[in-house]
Design a protein around this ligand. Sequence first.
Ligand code: ACO
Length: 341
Amino acid sequence: MSLQITPVTPSDPTSFDQYLAAAAVLHKHETPAFPPTTRKQLSSMFEHPWPGNVQERYVASAEGEVVGYVSVEHYTEDNPDMANLDLGVLPEHRRRGHGRELLAFAEERARDLGKKTVNTHSMWTLPELDLVAPDEDGPAFARAMGYRDALPEVNRVLDLSTVDESVLDGMLEHARAKADGYRLIRWNDPTPDDIVHDIAYLDGRLLADAPMGDTGWEPMNVDAERVRKTEAAIIARGRTSYHTGMVHSDTGRVVAWTTITADDEFDWHAWQQITIVDPDHRGHRLGALVKVENLRWFREQNPKVTAIDTFNAAENGYMIAINEQMGFRPQYAFQNWRKDF
Ligand code: ACO
């Protein structure tokens, strides 16, 4: 039985609603502690894409019933050989070949676009952290389809009712003792003109510096114009960003940077985004300093937030140690999967 696969666009309310409903079922099954994707968010992903990023979404039906979805994301400014897939089949429709058919469709689309590598992800069980996936379908399917595991990733959540301020005080005291010659700055988007080139440099380093395992992602080409386009999309999507940086007094450059973003639809939740320290300025506890200072500033401004989520590669020991010290605790594990054509 062949699937009917329909492109999702905001101008087609049926496909749009079906995609949203299917994504909501998977969200509830897999990651119920995260905020769900809302109608407004899905619309703004179409209206305000990230610069250099093209996302195609499809919904799949069998015998008139929605059974799953897939998205194919590809890139125009870097990673030209790469596509990223996100595929889900509703739990009650599994093991009937729908996943195989949807994946074949998405891989063919990636091949037609000239891509040589596809990445995707699934939930993952990590016994050493007591993290158990809701089922083992994703990994079993990925292996059966010829994918190899490329990078395990762990989501940690900070329950703000449990934060121990004395631990944060201690982290700051220890960090400040090693951070002579640096001064702290804070800003909301848009990034001030005088630091936008430093931020572009740090942002572009991220994929070069963070452990990327065997995923094959190349560092992004980020310049000031791309920073401006990204933050314009962030603002248009209804997100407020809280940034803290450290400026190296001798050179006047921002050499450490962290961000927390909050979506205006959820007053209880935020995401701890990237944290990066320029390699020339490591060893001064700048990573811990910006994270703790940013968390405190964010909480002052957003007293209703109760949970902050973050992601790290399972092997990113340095950042995980800081997060654990701050009180972040493992919540979900994921595996990144890769296949080369
Ligand atoms: N145990 C063992 N093998 C499995 C399992 C399982 N639970 N699930 C799938 N497979 C393998 C089998 O070899 C199967 O062939 P068979 O049924 O002839 O033995 C083959 O995968 C194809 O299975 P389908 O029936 O086509 O897959 P299904 O429609 O059940 O969808 C999917 C699989 C997409 C993984 C679904 O379980 C799901 O949505 N999971 C949550 C999201 C997710 O993990 N997405 C996949 C990411 S990995 C990737 O896309 C490569």
